[in-house]
Design a binder for this molecule. Sequence first.
Ligand code: IPM
Ligand code: MN
Length: 368
Amino acid sequence: MELNITVLAGDGIGPEVTAQGVRLLKAVAERHGHAFTFNEKKVGGAAIRETGVPLPEDTLAACLESDAVLLGAVGSPEFDALPPERRPESGLLALRKALGGFANLRPAIAYPSIADSSPIKAEVLGKADILIVRELLGGLYFGQPRGIEEIDGKQSGFNTMRYSEDEIERVARVAFEAARTRRKFLASVDKANVLETSRLWRQVVGKLSSEYPDVTVEHHYVDSFAMHLVMNPQRFDVVVSENLFGDILSDEAAVITGSLGLLGSATIGGKIDLYEPVHGSAPDIAGTGKANPIGAIASAAMLLRHSANLEAEATAIEDAIRAVLDAGYRTEDIARGTYKQKCTTEEMGSLILEHFNASTALSAAQSA
Ligand code: IPM
Ligand code: MN
């Protein structure tokens, strides 16, 4: 199969972790006879430095012409003083909007072999396996009006949270469908005791649930859900929430896995699907070899699953990640408790790659 992938490495640790994701994709193409092409473009701070804007036209055009976009991270302290619309992050938000994906899938899995990396007790973590479905194109991130204005000589900031019925229904549908393929348990998270958008959210999810009688639905307020998520993570399966709540809950869910560096994501439902690790650009550790490439590699696996329909290859990469962790290899962020060996970003990529190659060679030998 042919696949054109636009690679937006971005800022900070973005380039080094993305390089490891691309290595895995190249290995898949090579081993299974696919033609993947990689087109590298600038985004975020890297783009501002070169062109003055965080999402240059040429980057957006390349993304819109490709089959999938693999992104690293955006954000850089040198732009911290700038207003939101001129910061690197605004390039990412404009890209998300232009690509159109509204459902951001963020799996958080507790790997028992790295339970020591989580501050949560191993028996509480168990085999927690959660899929957060975060609405990505609405809510406070995009609502108008927004701004800072002066009222009676004092600054006053304002944002708008707005959700239409259709925006809620389409993302809830993705979550219900996902729940169907898993443990058939959906937690819908809102703040319906205070917000109108949340009241509507609850109403739309409730109505849609009649189409999915096989899926059990629970509605939770976001504050109490934030507590239950870490008190009893094994209880939950699919979680659906609006943009900002989903952003916050997915960082919290990283505590279940042990490190934000382990989480990948897929944004689906639009013109072009977008794959990016959940972590940020971590400028403090960029270039030190401390970054964990697993989030980027997991995102590459999701790309194979959702944009190329290569389920077996995606699973083989995910199995390789688990096997390398089980074998005791750790990047800096997950080097806690007992383990075999610390490794750098690139070494971790190599280990996962070797494991992937060995397992696919094995399955080829078995089927020959
Ligand atoms: C994320 C990030 C982004 C977001 C930032 C970088 C704009 O935190 O993907 O979770 O808030 O969506
Ligand atoms: Mn975030």
